[in-house]
Design a protein around this ligand. Structure first.
Ligand SMILES: Nc1ncnc2c1ncn2[C@@H]1O[C@H](COP(=O)(O)OP(=O)(O)OP(=O)(O)O)[C@@H](O)[C@H]1O
Ligand SMILES: [Mg+2]
Length: 500
């Protein structure tokens, strides 16, 4: 950050110095909310969370070298006392951005792919100048200002991920760091429950392009009607990316290799170049095009863009991480998070990657979908049950709609199933002791003469135990569920497990 004396920090945040804080003491950063990340010169922001209260760590932070604590009540340490720590953090970040006149802020939003696109775009901007981008998914009211506060006088680009958990959120994030370029990926069904409909989600995401100045650029996905429709909501110039002719930055001749990695010709108004992605899943094309379009606006040559996109591997973890075990079992760890759209994307990538092999999947019921939850989860079950898997594991709570959908799809794709459609037979589940929670296993006869086994297990560990019983050399496994299920643990166990 740009160094600031405590007196100035108090002024910006409308705070009061306490605990013998020296108004002339200078904070040089980093600004942190985790006392373990404090360095000499830090400002420690005490956040009161559901489980931990940062105020309890104030003295520890000072001992570790923090200059002061930004707190909402007096602590036994030099502090700036404010009514609301998150709001104060936002003010501090906004003030810093105002002093950084050489920085171009680029905002990325959408229902799926923000982090992946941000990571690709940060590679491109780094070719031009010093770049700040959030680690992982730092995209909310705390992560966003904390990222912004990492900038200093050398910074040329900030590539920020903007998440909308409700109307007005993105507007607030753009107030903190006003973007010159706004990238909108897609409008899907993530957090549908909070918003109550796709149009409302589009309204929230469109706040990014509404914030752009006349001199800015809106980078919109031509293939998503709700995103294309945002063109009327901005004063900025609009440019489109996509697969069709109407997009000025587009992918032509997309082919996907046996591992599910896409190659295409990147076409721009000033030339074309071949891109071979190392990222898994065809949905990565959309993210690559979005990054390419923003990079193109910054004046990067097409050849450079193509080179960087082709070299990129996943920077943030648990997003389509593909690992081959010693015995040839391929594990696709997409456990970072899940929504209906990213589930579809993952299953279609998995179908390509696991072609000709026995395929298994571990999934969990999707959350935050409001009253559409049961229907969307049943749809997820149908997707998984009809995906030609050898075995499906549904982990965790609220699994009933998923299981029902999966059983229905499994039966539908099993024309010679020996039993009637109403009740799955209570055949032997082939589950190791303690793994399954008692739900019946269905053994139908879908294509390839292979039984689809569907089991319900309580958690990530039990899912791994079930996989251990099922997996044979050469099989492929997809692991994907909502963040709260922590299914990366399943992947960890399966990959750490003894090879058979
Ligand atoms: N363009 C896309 N379309 C559909 N699914 C995608 C796309 N890009 C990434 N995904 C999938 O969505 C999941 C999340 O990806 P990523 O972390 O990039 O998205 P995000 O928008 O940052 O998510 P979050 O809102 O959780 O921060 C991953 O499982 C990934 O495989
Ligand atoms: Mg993210």
């Amino acid at each position: 950050m740009i160094p600031l004396p405590l007196a100035r920090i108090a002024e910006i945040t409308s705070g009061a110095l306490s605990g013998m804080a020296d108004p002339r003491a200078v904070v040089r950063g980093p600004v942190v909310i985790d006392s373990r990340a404090v360095e000499p010169g830090s400002l420690f922001v005490a956040i009161k969370g559901a489980r931990v209260d940062g105020h309890d760590y104030a003295a520890h932070a000072i001992r570790a070298g923090a200059v002061a604590v930004l707190a909402t009540r007096p602590v036994e340490a030099p502090a700036v006392i404010v009514p609301d720590a998150a709001a104060a953090l936002a003010e501090l970040a906004a003030a810093q951005v105002r002093t950084l006149s050489n920085v171009t802020v680029i905002g990325v939003t959408g229902s799926a792919g923000k982090t992946s696109t941000k990571d690709l775009l940060a590679r491109l901007t780094a070719r031009v100048g010093a770049t700040i981008a959030p680690q992982g998914s730092f995209n909310n009211e705390l992560g966003h200002p904390l990222t912004v506060l990492r900038a200093d006088l050398d910074t040329r680009f900030m590539v920020l991920e903007l998440a909308a958990r409700n109307i007005g959120h993105i507007k607030e994030l753009t107030r903190i760091a006003p973007p010159q370029i706004g990238v909108v990926l897609n409008v899907g069904t993530a957090h549908l429950g909070v918003f109550g409909g796709k149009e409302a989600i589009a309204k929230a995401k469109g706040e990014l392009v509404e914030s752009l100045p006349r001199s800015g650029v809106a980078v919109l996905n031509a293939d998503d009607p709700l995103v294309r429709g945002m063109a009327t909501r901005t004063e900025a110039r609009v440019t489109y990316f996509g697969r069709g002719e109407s997009a000025s930055i587009r992918a032509e001749g997309v082919v996907v290799d046996a591992r599910g990695r896409a190659s295409f010709t990147l076409r721009t108004p000033s030339g074309a170049a071949r891109v071979s992605l190392q990222l898994y899943g065809e949905h990565a094309v959309e993210n690559a095009l979005a990054a390419a379009a923003a990079g193109y606006e910054l004046g990067l040559p097409v050849a450079t863009i193509a080179e960087e996109l082709s070299e990129a591997t996943a920077r943030s973890r648990w997003r389509m991480e593909v690992t081959d075990r010693g015995d040839g079992v391929t594990v696709v760890n997409d456990a970072y998070n899940a929504n209906p759209d990213s589930m579809k994307a993952a299953f279609s990538a998995f179908e390509v990657l696991g072609k000709g092999r026995r395929r298994f999947a571990v999934i969990a019921a999707l959350r935050e979908l409001g009253e559409d939850g049961p229907a969307l989860n049943a749809e997820l079950g149908r997707l998984a049950g009809g995906a030609g898997l050898a075995g499906l594991i549904v982990a965790g709570p609220d699994a009933e709609p998923v299981l029902a959908g999966a059983h229905a799809a499994a039966q539908a794709s099993a024309p010679q199933a020996p039993t009637g459609p109403a009740q799955p037979p209570a055949g032997p589940a082939q589950v190791p002791p303690g793994a399954a929670s008692g739900a019946p296993a269905y053994q139908g006869q879908p294509g390839h003469g292979q039984p689809v086994r569907i089991v319900h297990v309580p958690d990530a560990e039990a899912a791994a135990a079930q996989l251990a019983a099922w997996l044979r050399p050469g099989d492929a496994v997809l692991i994907k569920g909502p963040r709260a299920m922590g299914l990366e643990r399943t992947a960890e166990l399966v990959l750490g497990g003894a090879t058979q």
